[in-house]
Design a protein around this ligand. Structure first.
Ligand code: CP
Length: 328
C-alpha cells in the first residue's frame, strides 16, 4: 500500500528559493542540478500502477495556454495530477480574451479563484515575467514568444544526462565537454535559447548551425560557436538537436524553399551514417517529417525524441513541486 501513496524521498540538501520559473538564464548551475535530481526522484512515479503521490494535495494550478500546444500542456497537466494537485485548463479560444480582456485582468480573475501556480504559454516574449509582477501566484513559463521555454530546456538537459550517464548522471559535471549542435531556426527558437543557457552553465560545448538568416547576430556572446554547414560538424558532435522550422513566426522566407532547407540542414539516414555511432538525435516536437529529419531518423535507434516527452512529465513535476514549496 505504501508504494501507492508515498512521495519519493528527495535526495537533495539544496534549497530552492524561486517562486517563479521564468527562464533558464536566471538559474544557477546548482539550481539546474536540483531540478534534475528532483525529477529523477519523481520519474518512477509515472511507472507505478497508481501514478500518484500526495506532494501537492490541496494546491491548485491553472494552465493558461494562449498558443497551441500538445506536449507541454498535456505534460504539465499530467505532472500536476501525479502530484495530486487540482488543475484547471484555460485556452484563449472560447474565453473572454477573445472579447478584449487583457492578460493581466484574465490572470488576476483566475487568481481570484485562489490558484497557487499559473503555468502560461504566450506568443509575446517577456509575458511570463510581466505576469509574475501582476499576480501573487507562482508563475511557470511554458514558452514566451521567442524568449525562453525553460521546462523544455530542462527536460532536454535531463535527457542528455540520463542518456550519457544513466541514473548516476544527475550532477554538475555530467555534461562537461559534451558537444551539442542545434540545427535550424535559432533566431526564433525559445527552445535553443533555454538549452544554450543551461548547457553552457554545465560546461557543454554548444554549436549552432543553420542558414545565416536564421542565426541571431552576436549569438557567440552566449558562449556558442556558429557553423553554417552541417556536414562540417555532423561527425564530431555527441548530440544533433534539430529545431522545428517555425513558419508561423516568420514574416518572410528565410531560405529559398523547404526542399532546399531539407537538403542543407535536414538529418536523413545518409547524413546520420557519418555521425558518431552513439550520437543522440533530439527534437522538441512537433516534428515536420521530411524537413528537419526523415522518418528513418526520427524513428531510428539514435532518436530519443519520445524519451524527451517521457522525461518532460518528471521535470515538470519537479518544477511544480519546487515552486509550490516557496512561500510568498
Ligand atoms: N515542445 C513543445 O513545446 O511542444 P508543444 O508546442 O506541443 O507544447
Amino acid at each position: 500500500m505504501a508504494d501507492l501513496v508515498e512521495t519519493p524521498e528527495l535526495k537533495t540538501e539544496e534549497k530552492w528559493t524561486k517562486k517563479h520559473l521564468l527562464s533558464v538564464e536566471e538559474l544557477s548551475k546548482e539550481e539546474i542540478v536540483l531540478v534534475m535530481k528532483t525529477a529523477a526522484s519523481f520519474k518512477e512515479v509515472s511507472t507505478r500502477t497508481v501514478k500518484k503521490v500526495p506532494a501537492l494535495r490541496g494546491k491548485t494550478i491553472a494552465n493558461l495556454f494562449f498558443e497551441s500546444s500538445t506536449r507541454t500542456r498535456t505534460s504539465f497537466e499530467l505532472a500536476a495530477k501525479r502530484l495530486s494537485a487540482d488543475i484547471v485548463n484555460f485556452s484563449s479560444t472560447g474565453s473572454s480574451t477573445s472579447k478584449g480582456e487583457s492578460l493581466k485582468d484574465t490572470a488576476r480573475n483566475i487568481e481570484a479563484m485562489n490558484v497557487d501556480i499559473i503555468v502560461m504559454r504566450h506568443a509575446s516574449s517577456g509575458s511570463a515575467e510581466y505576469l509574475s509582477r501582476s499576480v501573487k501566484a507562482g508563475v511557470v513559463n511554458a514558452g514566451d514568444g521567442i524568449h525562453e521555454h525553460p521546462t523544455q530546456g530542462l527536460l532536454d538537459i535531463y535527457t542528455m544526462m540520463e542518456q550519457r550517464k544513466g541514473a548516476e548522471g544527475f550532477h554538475a559535471k555530467a555534461l562537461e565537454g559534451l558537444k551539442v549542435c542545434f540545427i535550424g531556426d535559432i533566431l526564433h527558437s525559445r527552445v535553443a535559447r533555454s538549452n544554450i543557457w543551461g548547457l553552457t552553465k554545465l560546461g557543454a560545448k554548444v554549436i549552432v548551425c543553420g542558414p545565416p538568416t536564421l542565426i541571431p547576430r552576436e549569438i557567440e556572446k552566449l558562449g556558442v560557436k556558429v557553423c553554417y554547414d552541417l556536414d562540417e560538424v555532423v561527425s564530431e558532435v555527441d548530440v544533433l538537436y534539430l529545431l522545428r522550422i517555425q513558419l508561423e513566426r516568420q514574416q518572410g522566407m528565410f531560405f529559398p524553399s523547404i526542399r532546399e532547407y531539407a537538403g542543407e540542414y535536414g538529418l536523413n539516414g545518409e547524413r546520420l551514417r557519418r555521425a558518431k555511432k552513439d550520437v543522440l538525435v533530439m527534437h522538441p516536437g512537433p516534428v515536420n517529417r521530411g524537413v528537419e529529419l526523415s522518418s528513418e531518423v526520427a524513428d531510428g535507434p539514435n532518436s530519443v525524441i519520445l524519451d524527451q516527452v517521457t522525461n518532460g512529465v518528471a521535470v515538470r513535476m519537479a518544477v511544480l513541486y519546487l515552486v509550490a514549496g516557496v512561500k510568498a
